[in-house]
Design a protein around this ligand. Sequence first.
Ligand SMILES: [Zn+2]
Length: 287
Amino acid sequence: MFFQNTIKSSVEINGIGLHTGKEAFLAFHPAPENTGIHIQRSDLPNKPSLPVKAKHVQATQMATTIGGDFFRVSTVEHCLSAVTALQIDNIILEVRGPEIPVGDGSAQIFWDALNNAGIQQQNQPKKFVFIKEPFEISDGDKWVKVKPYNGLKIDCIIDFEHPSIGLQKMSLELTAENFKNQILKARTFGFLKDVEALKAAGLALGGSLDNAIVMDDSSVLNPGGLRFEDEFVRHKILDAIGDLATLGMPILAHFEMYKSGHDLLNKLIKKILANPNLYKEVELGEA
Ligand SMILES: [Zn+2]
């Protein structure tokens, strides 16, 4: 039997927000069984909180934002990716502003904090969403195919007309170990011309070479270069793992993704939740 997990103790992260460029704070807190993942704004009156669920995902162009009528928190996917890879089911993400710290643009600071807190197994069995039949979703030339699978496997293809990126493919069988070795350190990326436009619009004010791979028309501008030759496709998988957390339960499936992003994955998760014939909830024996 697989049991639910939380963390052993609370842990805090301080940094800056990608968009505001101002100080950002995040604390992870343990939560009881069957709580799920919740995000809380402790800086607002009555400290409102929301479960991290697809129906609360608001903006999906550049980042995943969780929000409701009273508040929102943006750029949650890298944090959720670390939570998911460590198989944490029940946790409170406390923030004191509209953003969580950006870190170095990868999932490293979240991974380190969660490991410092330690994983605590709980007494209730873990429930998984098991995909029963193949289906796919597409938007223009982007698509995601989903097949039944006894685990979580992600095959990802990206194709950017840029000399530093081009066509990249990667396949990941998700375990904490594989995530740590292959995905964890892959940073988010952007193009200088977009960054300049965003800053002119008052966005990405905290964005810098310290928290993203930035490219001009021909090359990577970061003095240290890339962490992996195919860091871009690795980061797309990191994002996808984070977005899958909005299902509200760990998923067992094989995903094949072509040029997919936050928007298409959000549609995919909403499609799963709206079609109970596509899946069943299962508990797993160790076998
Ligand atoms: Zn990302």
